[in-house]
Ligand binder design. Structure first.
Ligand code: SF4
Ligand code: SF4
Length: 99
C-alpha cells in the first residue's frame, strides 16, 4: 500500500472546515491536551488559561514575547503548521493569509 502523502496546512484546514461545530470543539479539546504553551515563558505567569492559539487565534491577555515553544510542539507537525507565536500573531489560518 502506498503511504498517504503528508497533507500541507491548507489541506488540513480544508478538511477541518468540513467539521461540525461540535466536532471542531472536540478536536480543539484534543489539541489542548497536546499543546505545550503552558510550559512557554511567554505564557507562564500571564494568567492566561486558554491554549492552542494556533487554532483559536491571538490571546487577549498575552502581550509580551519571551520566546515561543511552538516549533517543537507535536500539534505543529500534526497540522503542518509553519509559523509561531500564535498567541501574539494570530492563528495558523490568519498567518497563512487564508483569513
Ligand atoms: S503549536 Fe503552539 S499554540 Fe499550537 S498547540 Fe502547539 S504550543 Fe500550542
Ligand atoms: S503560542 Fe508560542 S509564544 Fe504563545 S504561549 Fe504558545 S508557545 Fe508560547
Amino acid at each position: 500500500m502506498p503511504k498517504e502523502t503528508q497533507k500541507n496546512f491548507e489541506q488540513n484546514m480544508e478538511a477541518m472546515s468540513k467539521m461540525s461545530p461540535v466536532e471542531m470543539q472536540a478536536k480543539i479539546k484534543d489539541l489542548d491536551k497536546i499543546c505545550i504553551c503552558k510550559k512557554c515563558p511567554t505564557y507562564v505567569g500571564t494568567g492566561e488559561n486558554k491554549l492552542t492559539f494556533c487554532a483559536i487565534g491571538k490571546s487577549s491577555i498575552i502581550k509580551k514575547d519571551k520566546g515561543c515553544l511552538c516549533p517543537g510542539c507535536p500539534v505543529q507537525k500534526t497540522l503542518a503548521l509553519r509559523w509561531d507565536r500564535y498567541c501574539l500573531k494570530g492563528s495558523g489560518k490568519e498567518q497563512s493569509g487564508m483569513k
